[in-house]
Design a protein around this ligand. Structure first.
Ligand SMILES: [Ca+2]
Length: 210
């Protein structure tokens, strides 16, 4: 019995060692990729060119809310609702953010040095005080490293691209916290009677190249 257990243990050990050996190069490649910040697509597109923004962006994972709430963490009444930003025929749904709600985007890649965000927003008939945007930075093993307040979009308007500009005219660049490899974007409407919609969350991880 003891010998049988021993051989089973040995076999299990060998299987485990082989499995680890087979997986290790892939895992190390991912780890290395994340460490040097190249876990982003290699190129984007100039989706905001009609608004005189020539930067290249890529759509955050499920940033258009066309795959339900997949990857998003929604609470306090936040939901995926019918209605899309009207500029591109790219979908049918967007993020609804009533007062008291909170939405956290899917994990998105970040550039090695900076990150810029832009999206479409609508707040028709809303009497809130805008929607606050905060970035949650994650390191290896998805450990939360810290947060950065990004911006508060002023409310009260129909669908349009959100701000991406500082008052100085420069783009609002976020500097990733040291060691961060990915980020999530948090949306929180401020005040009462929010009618906020958010759609097509775009990320420019190459911002520092310009
Ligand atoms: Ca959409």
């Amino acid at each position: 019995m003891a010998a049988q257990l021993g051989s089973r243990f040995t076999l299990a050990t060998i299987v485990a060692v082989v499995a680890v050996a087979l997986c290790a190069p892939v895992a190390n490649a991912d780890l290395l990729g994340n460490l040097i910040g190249n876990n982003c697509p290699s190129r984007g597109s100039q989706v905001f060119a009609p608004w005189n923004d020539s930067r290249s962006y890529y759509l955050a994972p499920n940033g258009g809310l066309e795959n339900g709430s997949n990857g998003w963490s929604l609470s306090g009444g936040a939901s995926v609702a019918s209605g899309n930003q009207p500029f591109f025929g790219s979908g049918t749904h967007s993020l609804s953010l009533p007062s008291g709600s909170r939405a956290l985007s899917p994990m998105t890649c970040i550039g090695p040095n900076a990150l810029s965000l832009r999206m479409f927003g609508s707040d028709v008939s809303g009497t809130d005080r805008g929607v606050h945007v905060r970035i949650l930075w994650y390191g290896l093993l998805n450990r939360l490293l810290g947060t950065t307040d990004y911006n508060t979009f002023a409310g009260g308007g129909n669908w349009s691209p959100t701000d991406s500009l500082k008052s100085s005219g420069g783009f609002n660049l976020l500097l990733p916290l040291v060691g961060s490899t990915s980020a999530r974007i948090e949306f929180t409407p401020l005040g009462d009677d929010s009618a906020w919609r958010i759609d097509d969350v775009y990320v420019d991880p190459w911002a520092s190249r310009d």
